[in-house]
Design a protein around this ligand. Structure first.
Ligand code: GLV
Ligand code: MN
Ligand code: MN
Length: 419
């Protein structure tokens, strides 16, 4: 008997059609959370899932749950999904692949006339990226009880618009919560976003977990002054201070034991070519698998920032704006992904997720694991982000079989929480 597969052409059509919302000239997408583009993509997802026979629930954070009823609705459901927001000038696969692959699983099950024992839920978590509103993984973080809803409603973007008002404006502020807990199992399917799978010639990545993460916002205060008459040795130049800090931050990451450090946003003020900058606001992203080494790097970075501020005659304010523990996945579900990839003839590789995902929070209350597929050239969070259609389908097939197995687990089968 041939093994059940997803429909590659249909998956490609879903991905291609949803990429229209926020499409950029160079083949990527800019679909920041709670913008019109995010709303339009959400509307499309809702239409597709309902056409495929799913119920839609939207909670007070705008998380969208598409439910395919199982035979025994009293059993704990299985969950998959990811996010449909993107980075500015981001890629067409990050996040959205995991949602449309969930939709493709629904369609493949429908085509085969299969009703699972358990409800199968595909979710679109709100504001995973954290680019417009910080912190990210906001919808999943509130759902997990790790972030506070009212505080998240109050987050502002760079134009002073609030998360709560924008959620309402796009029509996705649900009036009540939807809580399908306890969950039997959660699988998030995602592109790798790094170079490992491609370099090793493997199709399916099986991460043992997600690295821990720390975010900082830093404000440097110097003295704004005229670029011409001010002598070089009398300047308190916030851009000069920033440059020294940025060099140090990069080099501390380079010298560390597998911790990565990134300065992503830089906002000098007044940002004029003939003014010595009086202020610089910048952000730092620090991640690693080893929490102790990551915290050591954080301390070294903080110290370097303070030293450079003092040496350049500037003052500095450093705030840690977000910290998430690493997420080790459920070993039996990790093993199940290996098993299903093996049955499908797909070469698989154990790895760690260097990117963060909504599962970093869902993992804290539901047995979870992730499925990765290769990113061409290891590029992501960029318009060139690409994964072959064959690999997208291979990941969707693996997801389908993980859902078939866990969605049909009889009453009494449970997966222990990961340590
Ligand atoms: C999200 O994509 C992240 O890893 O920051
Ligand atoms: Mn993502
Ligand atoms: Mn991302």
């Amino acid at each position: 008997m041939s093994i059940l597969k997803t429909d590659s052409e249909r998956l490609k059509r879903f991905l291609t059609e949803i990429a229209v919302f926020g499409a950029t000239e160079n083949g990527g997408v800019t679909r920041l959370a709670l913008t019109d583009e995010d709303r339009d993509a959400r509307n499309q997802l809702k239409a597709w899932f309902e056409e495929a026979g799913c119920e839609t629930h939207v909670d007070r954070m705008g998380n969208m749950f598409f439910v395919r009823p199982g035979r025994n609705r009293d059993l704990a459901p299985v969950l998959t999904g990811s996010h449909c927001d993107s980075q500015p000038q981001g890629g067409r696969f990050d996040g959205i692949l995991g949602i449309v692959a969930g939709l493709e699983v629904v369609c493949a099950l429908n085509d085969a006339g299969i009703t699972l024992e358990r409800d199968f839920i595909v979710v679109n978590w709100t504001n995973e990226e954290g680019s417009r509103f910080t912190p990210g993984t906001t919808g999943s973080g509130v759902f997990a009880g790790k972030l506070e809803r009212e505080a998240m409603y109050g987050l502002t973007d760079r134009n002073g618009l609030t998360f709560g008002a924008e959620l309402e404006r796009i029509g996705y502020k649900g009036v009540e919560d939807f809580d399908p807990r306890p969950l039997h199992a959660n699988f998030e399917y995602h592109i790798e976003q790094g170079p490992v799978l491609e370099r090793q010639g493997k199709t399916i990545g099986v991460p043992k977990g997600i690295v821990c993460l720390r975010w900082y916002d830093v404000d440097i205060k110097g003295v704004p002054n005229h670029a011409g008459p001010t002598p070089m040795n009398e300047r308190q130049d916030a851009v000069y201070a920033f440059s020294k800090m940025a060099v140090n931050i990069f080099e501390i990451g380079l010298a560390s034991n597998d911790v990565v450090t990134t300065v992503g946003e830089v906002h000098p003020q007044p940002n004029s070519r003939n003014v010595i900058a009086g202020d610089v606001h910048f952000t730092i992203d620090i991640r690693g698998w080893d929490e102790t080494e990551t915290d050591r790097v954080c301390s070294e970075v903080e110290e370097a920032i303070r030293k450079n501020a003092e040496a350049t005659g500037c003052s500095v304010d450093i705030r840690q704006t977000w910290a998430v523990e690493r997420a080790p996945f459920q070993p039996e579900l990790v093993e199940l992904i290996h098993e299903k990839a093996g049955e499908l003839g797909l070469p698989a590789l154990d790895m760690v997720s260097g990117a963060s995902h909504d599962t970093v929070y869902i993992n804290q209350f539901a047995p979870s694991a992730m499925i990765f597929v290769p990113s061409i050239g290891g590029r992501s969070h960029a318009e060139v982000e690409e994964t072959s259609w064959a690999d997208c389908t291979a990941g969707a097939d693996t997801l389908l079989h993980c859902i078939l197995k866990t969605g049909n687990d009889p009453e009494g089968v449970t997966y222990a929480m990961a340590d």
